[in-house]
Design a protein around this ligand. Sequence first.
Ligand SMILES: NC(=O)c1ccc[n+]([C@@H]2O[C@H](COP(=O)([O-])OP(=O)(O)OC[C@H]3O[C@@H](n4cnc5c(N)ncnc54)[C@H](O)[C@@H]3O)[C@@H](O)[C@H]2O)c1
Length: 328
Amino acid sequence: MSRKLTGKRVLVTGGAGFIGSNLCQSLLDEGNEVICLDNFATGKRQNVEPFLDNPDFQMLEGDIRDYQTCLEASRSVEVILHQAALGSVPRSINDPLTTNSVNIDGFLNMLNAAKENEVSRFVYAASSSTYGDSKALPKVEDTIGMPLSPYAVTKYVNELYAHVFGNLHGMNIIGLRYFNVFGRNQSPDGAYAAAIPKFVSAFIKHEAPTIHGDGGQTRDFTYIDNVIQINHLAATTNNPSALNQVYNVACGERTALKDVVQSIQNALAKEDQAIADVTVLHGPDRPGDVRDSLADISKAQDLLGYKPTHTLQKGILEAIDWYREFLK
Ligand SMILES: NC(=O)c1ccc[n+]([C@@H]2O[C@H](COP(=O)([O-])OP(=O)(O)OC[C@H]3O[C@@H](n4cnc5c(N)ncnc54)[C@H](O)[C@@H]3O)[C@@H](O)[C@H]2O)c1
């Protein structure tokens, strides 16, 4: 049994989003009081609907770009799990100004509000995109390259601010560099949807999915339950050397995108034979994307006791079950 956060008052920013809503669910399951701050920019009302009648849940509709909102949301809070941001590399290339203001100004607002309200733990969503053009594999926390997109810049700046606030103000901060997270509540819709939900949704609808590039690009796909686990570990660790650090959050395995697509197609075809005949299309490479990604997860294992419970394959099977219901 891995260590869990219980009986605390926790603010989850971006709590209506994919990862945030899963964190809200898990925190409520463990007997925490949860405040969700979200402006529904990309989050979904249906993700928080199941919690609205729970007396331990409070929904604050607001924008992290507004400092007063951040101050208000973090008052009397013991732990912040900061997930709110605009994700997607292509979105950040098309609209760097909005990505910058949400991901950097919004982050700094939350961090400063946490300092002002003396919040005892600040855990935030960092990103594997911080490895940028570094060719080293596996990715080890201390060795990063130059960013390949505005999104990657914003996530790296978050780490720099976290480092400075930890040093200057004695705050307890942990950054979690998520690697391609997937699972329930991840939206398959819109131009900036992530790969796995887009593929699953297309196959279920018997539509041809498109892979950007040759499909040989590799990723360390990470199921949502592993991400939930490490958020609990980061929120509860008392090990002083584990604090004010960043950690890779992944499985420690890399898989080519075309193989993931094949696994999804095979799994879905077991229930619906016609899916085996759906063709997969290939489009141009996407600018700003890294070619290969694989995490070294030993730092999280050693300092936080992280032990991923879900491989890619196990995660895909669970995710597919969820999407079958969701897309009915
Ligand atoms: N999903 C991944 O693979 C992945 C990988 C690396 C990092 N991350 C990071 O994890 C976090 C969560 O990502 P996700 O995949 O759940 O994305 P998501 O888009 O589902 O969730 C982000 C949430 O933040 C909210 N939000 C956006 N702008 C806001 C604002 N100005 N004020 C308040 N709320 C705002 C959105 O409405 C949404 O609910 C993000 O910080 C993202 O950058 C995700």
